[in-house]
Design a protein around this ligand. Structure first.
Ligand code: C2E
Ligand code: MG
Ligand code: MG
Length: 699
């Protein structure tokens, strides 16, 4: 199991590789061995056949040779010594002796010239007349006897006949020499005769013939052995070479099949398993989990800032960054877990064995931590963020499709609401479609120039009624739904990265307007609202610096409002950003003061200049004693900390009176002025400039 997990991790199926190699080697070698054995058997068989055929031929040829020698001896040597009468009438004893001597000498004379005939020494000679009667024989007693053998009859018909002598019973003597005799019947026919006049029967010792045969056979054997051995060796070499080539080709084929399989199941850029392999492993893990009642988790990861890297630095940087993501994620996983790349900046993690949702969540947090550590791409530091959707079987689905889809939905929610890692939960996490529509529409609105505008609400100094500044408030004129209140889209945008783009737009519009007012001689401080999300963004101070420079507005004229609760949510992180903004010379306000739970200690540490008391307390202070106490306390607190105090939601003259009595510095509210388009405020500014000091709404 453990090895299987390791193998899975390395993208290798858990097959016993060394075992496979052994089997391959065996198959491969057995091919050559099989051929070796088969080839040897076949070659030996061929040898045996060749030997048999040739040895028979050699034996036959030797016999024929002996036969021919006899015929030649008879025809050339013996026959001239005889006359037709000798055969017809028999020999007289003198003539018989003469003939016998002549026969011997002619035979030996003939043999002298021929090496093959030299071996032939007729041991016995008989001459028959045409009736089969012996007219001459070395054994004189036989003269006058008649033979009726088939061989003789055949010879009397004109054919040369030969056979081994029938009376030689033992084929070999005590020394192993062949004792057989070759009996050859040669027809003798004189000129003018129509049929043979008689037959000569010559007995030859077979031993010389046998010796010649065995010598020939020995030569044949050696020749056969040598040539077959050479043949076998050559064939073996050819087969071994062919087998080697075949093996190489098979290996190449196997390699290419392996490569194809790898390509089909792995991501080309990162080499990580792809969607296909992930689905396979997920299906497998689900089957295993179903048997063991275990749980399987799927995590879908989306890199939030990856597009920026790609857009600003180019795709090759994006690619190099992606290459580092897999190992980062893998580093916080166990051996059997799978990291896959689904495409683009989307990754997935399969935890085939997980101890419930809690463990999946903690793995997701570990992954996020790992990915939030700075990446070094060729010396350039890159920061990305990751949104993770989590789905755990069987609760969130029991099929690979369901689990993947639900992990995807959870990831989408995590991304849209900047919620980090989100566990799929059907009821809670389905994003209301209205919110999704808002997001889509807002995204589109940000791409256009005319839908999003900024209204400005004047703020007046309570001491002298002077127009002290204005708050920039975003306005969205939806093409179909008309004016959409900020309360409907700001929280939705805050759940996503859209709030950053929205803030940038408002800052840009407000600063451009401030520039125009400044050009017209009005140095009006303007406050822009920031969301929590913006305060957590380390790049905000840079953005503000850039925009201030672009519009040529002094930092001191810009005021940034952050809600109390936003700062209190993560004081440490916000503090850094606030300090950098403060260092730029930008003024900072705590908005909606009283709704959060800020401690004195924190307030003291924050580099803020202004406190805006939430309108609910301002409006309530003339109704309940509690709110009145709170407003009074807030004003005292702010003053003790050296901060300016602004009262929001001033709706009536009674509010102005109480606030002035309490020593509040600035007032903002419908009673004094509603948020208005820039042009309207421009008109107001002109009028205010023309009016004598103190003759204002708050006065
Ligand atoms: P806020 O920053 O506290 O802004 C004051 C809100 O109170 C504004 O509502 C303003 O129209 C309203 N208001 C002013 N005087 C009175 C009054 O006398 N009575 C009553 N009942 N309301 C008054 P608005 O414009 O609807 O904005 C609501 C909130 O939306 C803002 O509260 C602020 O938190 C947020 N917001 C508006 N513009 C932006 C923006 O550009 N960026 C961000 N992040 N938030 C914004
Ligand atoms: Mg505000
Ligand atoms: Mg407020």
């Amino acid at each position: 199991m453990r090895r299987g997990r390791e193998a899975l991790k390395n993208g290798v199926w858990p097959a016993d590789r060394s075992g496979m190699a052994f089997v391959t080697r065996l198959t491969r070698s057995s091919l050559v061995v099989r051929f070796g054995v088969l080839g040897a058997v076949l070659t030996t068989g061929l040898g045996v056949v060749l030997y048999t055929v040739h040895s028979d031929a050699i034996g036959e040829r030797a016999r024929q040779q002996a036969e021919r020698a006899v015929v030649v001896t008879v025809r050339l040597g013996l026959q001239p010594q005889l006359t037709r009468e000798d055969l017809a009438n028999g020999f007289d004893p003198d003539r018989l002796t003469h003939v016998a001597a002549a026969v011997r000498s002619s035979a030996s004379g003939l043999r002298d010239g021929d090496a093959e005939l030299a071996a032939l020494d007729p041991v016995e000679l008989k001459i028959y007349d045409r009736d089969g009667e012996v007219v001459f024989a070395d054994e004189r007693d036989l003269i006058g006897t008649t033979s009726t053998s088939d061989d003789l009859r055949e010879a009397l018909e004109g054919r040369v006949v030969s056979e081994f002598s029938a009376d030689t019973t033992d084929a070999a003597d005590s020394h192993g020499a062949d004792r057989r005799l070759l009996e050859v019947y040669v027809p003798v026919q004189f000129e003018g005769s129509a049929t043979p006049d008689g037959v000569m029967e010559v007995y030859l010792p077979y031993a010389p013939v046998a010796t010649a045969i065995s010598e020939d056979l020995r030569t044949l054997t050696v020749t056969l052995l040598v040539s077959l051995a050479v043949f076998y060796a050559a064939l073996f070499r050819v087969i071994a070479a062919a087998s080697r080539r075949l093996r190489r080709q098979t290996e190449a084929l196997r390699d290419s099949a392996e490569r194809d399989r790898h390509q089909a199941t792995h991501d080309a850029l990162t080499g990580l398993p792809n969607r296909v392999l992930l689905r396979d492993r997920l299906t497998q893990a689900l089957a295993t989990a179903a048997r063991s009642r275990g749980e399987v988790a799927v995590l879908h990861i989306d890199l939030d800032r990856f597009k920026e890297v790609n857009d600003t630095l180019g795709h090759s940087w994006g690619d190099r960054l992606l290459l580092q993501v897999g190992p980062r994620v893998q580093s916080v996983l166990r051996a059997g877990d799978t990291v896959a790349r689904l495409g683009g900046d989307e990754f997935a993690v399969l935890l085939p064995v997980v101890d419930g949702v809690a463990e999946a969540q903690s793995v997701a947090e570990r992954i996020r931590d790992a990915l939030h550590r700075r990446f070094d791409v060729d010396g350039v530091a890159l920061d990305i963020e990751a949104s993770i959707g989590i789905a755990v079987s069987p609760g969130h689905g029991t099929s690979s499709e369901d689990l993947q889809r639900n992990a995807d939905i959870a990831m989408y929610v995590a991304k849209e609401f900047k919620a980090g890692a989100v566990v799929f939960a059907p009821a809670e996490h389905v994003v209301p479609s209205s919110q999704l529509t808002v997001l889509g529409d807002l995204r589109r609105a940000l791409e256009h120039d005319d839908e999003l505008t900024v209204h400005y609400q004047p703020k007046y100094a309570l001491a002298d009624g002077r127009l002290e500044g204005a708050e920039a408030l975003v306005r969205w004129q939806h093409p179909e739904h008309g004016a959409v209140p900020p309360a409907e889209f700001i929280p939705v945008a805050e759940g996503t990265g859209l709030i950053l783009a929205l803030t940038e737009r408002v800052l840009d519009l407000a600063l451009a307007q401030m520039r125009r007012w400044a050009d017209a001689g009005h140095r009006l401080p303007v406050a822009v609202n920031l969301s929590t999300r913006c305060l957590l963004d380390a790049s905000l101070p840079d953005l503000v610096t850039r925009l201030l420079a672009r519009h040529g507005v002094p930092a001191g004229l810009l005021r940034l409002e952050v809600t109390e609760s936003a700062v209190m949510a993560d004081v440490a992180r916000c503090l850094t950003v606030l300090q950098r903004l403060h260092a730029l010379g930008v003024h900072l306000s705590i908005d909606d003061f009283g709704t959060g739970y800020s401690s004195m200690a924190h307030l003291r540490r924050l580099p803020v200049d202004e406190l805006k008391i939430d309108q609910s307390f301002v409006q309530g202070m003339t109704v309940t004693e509690q709110d009145a106490v709170l407003v009074r306390t807030a004003i005292d607190l702010a003053h003790n900390l050296g901060l300016t105090v602004v009262a929001e939601g001033v709706e009536g003259p009674e509010h102005v009176a109480v606030l002035r009595e309490l020593g509040c510095d600035v007032a903002q509210g419908y009673h004094l002025a509603r948020p208005m388009p820039a042009d309207a405020l421009t008109g107001l500014l002109h009028r205010t400039a023309a009016e004598p000091a103190g003759a204002t709404r708050a006065g």
